[in-house]
Design a protein around this ligand. Structure first.
Ligand SMILES: NC(=O)c1ccc[n+]([C@@H]2O[C@H](COP(=O)([O-])OP(=O)(O)OC[C@H]3O[C@@H](n4cnc5c(N)ncnc54)[C@H](OP(=O)(O)O)[C@@H]3O)[C@@H](O)[C@H]2O)c1
Length: 397
């Protein structure tokens, strides 16, 4: 089978109006000499899990039994953890990344290592011609973003980044209502994502380090909502952020608020690590107000997440020239459940086979980090920061 190239929209911000599944396409490529090929036809794409912590298990459960992809091996530095993962998920284990990359039965990597380890792993994978799915954020530092972009562009691999939340049924429906004009024009959106992780955070944890994890929950949780807001409203242009670091001994912010300017609307992004899980998106439009809520306790059970979400549309049901006589009506919007993580990995697998295109590739991943870093710089410098300032620093290769 022919290996596929990466997104043609490299290094550019995603445009509003990208329909589900019609984002940056994996274009056909005659196959580089170094590219390893997925099995032809409908044979399953061989995956290797790299970085075997909490999220690796969530991902492996999400694609278990898939007709498109199959977990064949795994690697993490700790031998016991490696063996346990291999036993639990019925795959082989390799003692080094090099050994894993040398295997002929591995077409692609699922990278769930910490954010600052993504760049070296992706560089090695790209050099070995292995396709890459990596978790979000694709990287945190701009230097790592540049390394990853250079490695991917210099190869023939398919590259996908795990921004799966936009695939949730409610997000897809909000996007449909915005694109069809059914909700009218959006003027403002509020996205909140929080959980209680900061209450157990210890000094020395990478999540407590403002350099490795700028804005704490902004980097780990806010990045999901940055992708969602850009998916719904188009590219963000400017960020103004404020944060609070309320726990003694923890230098990092644990509550962050960011105002984002979009071309035609404003966005508020709120992230905290100080409260029971929350995930909401409100979009205020001329014809309707949309409110999406997700029960965070189902976040990592991707087959069931959608069943624990709710999208409400509020409209003026009875209009009147007298504002005091108008009547509002709120309806639940019916949603068809889907599995956001399995869908994402299977789309990646089909792109590796040459049958599909990845929706979230390099361009979207980089654009999301640029917004994240604009907000982080605004936190550090106490000034509004243009996203273009960050994109210019990422530069073009
Ligand atoms: N999409 C989502 O909702 C979501 C949720 C949570 C996390 N994530 C993302 O998933 C990634 C992992 O997060 P996590 O919470 O699973 O972290 P984690 O529990 O700390 O697991 C990461 C694992 O990577 C391994 N590792 C570290 N350096 C490595 C290297 N150089 N090569 C191979 N393995 C290495 C570590 O194990 P060893 O010491 O054994 O190597 C560690 O257990 C992050 O990018 C995070 O942002 C996404």
């Amino acid at each position: 089978m022919t290996a596929r190239g990466t997104s043609p929209s490299r290094g550019t911000a995603p445009s509003r109006g990208t329909a589900p599944g019609s984002g940056p396409a994996a274009t056909a490529d005659p196959g580089g000499a170094r590219s390893r090929q997925a099995d032809p036809g409908t044979a399953r794409v061989g995956l290797a899990a790299v970085g075997l912590g909490r999220w690796a298990r969530v991902m492996a459960r999400a694609y278990a039994g898939s007709e498109v992809v199959e977990l064949r091996t795994c690697y993490t530095r700790n031998a016991e953890r490696r063996a346990a993962f291999a036993a639990d998920f019925g795959c082989q284990a390799d003692e080094s990344l090099e050994a894993l990359l040398a295997r002929d039965d591995v077409d692609a990597l699922v990278v769930t290592a910490p954010n600052d380890q993504h760049a070296p792993i992706i560089e090695a994978a790209a050099a070995a011609g292995k396709h890459v799915y990596t978790e979000k954020p694709v990287a945190v530092s701009l230097a790592d973003v540049r390394r990853i972009r250079r490695a991917v562009r210099g190869s023939q691999i398919v590259f996908a980044c795990g921004h799966s939340a936009r695939r949730l049924a409610g997000l897809r429906e909000m996007k449909r209502m915005l694109d069809s004009g059914q909700a009218g024009s959006p003027s403002m959106a509020e996205a909140v994502f929080g959980n209680e992780r900061g209450l157990e955070l210890k000094e020395g944890d990478w999540r407590a380090d403002p350099a490795q994890c700028p804005g704490g929950p902004l980097t780990q949780l806010g990045i999901h909502q940055i992708d969602n807001l850009q998916y719904l409203l188009g590219p963000a242009r400017r960020a103004v952020a404020m944060g609070r670091a309320p726990r003694p001994g923890i230098a990092n912010e644990l509550a962050v608020g960011v105002l984002l300017e979009f071309e035609e609307s404003l966005g508020y992004l709120g992230c905290n690590w100080l409260s029971p899980g929350s995930f909401t998106i409100d979009v205020y439009c001329t014809a309707a107000r949309l409110r999406y809520e997700l029960d965070f306790t189902w976040w990592s059970k991707s087959a069931q997440t959608d069943a624990h979400t709710r999208l409400t549309r509020t409209v003026i049901a009875a209009d009147s020239a007298d504002p005091d006589a108008r009547v509002l009506r709120a309806d639940d919007v019916p949603l068809s459940p889907r599995d956001h993580l399995r869908e994402e990995i299977e789309e990646f697998g089909r792109a590796v086979r040459g049958d599909d295109a990845v929706e979230v590739g390099l361009a979207e991943a980089v654009s999301n980090v640029a917004v994240l870093q604009a907000a982080a710089r605004s936190l550090a410098d106490a000034r509004p920061v243009e996203v273009g300032e960050i994109m210019a620093e990422i530069g073009e290769d």
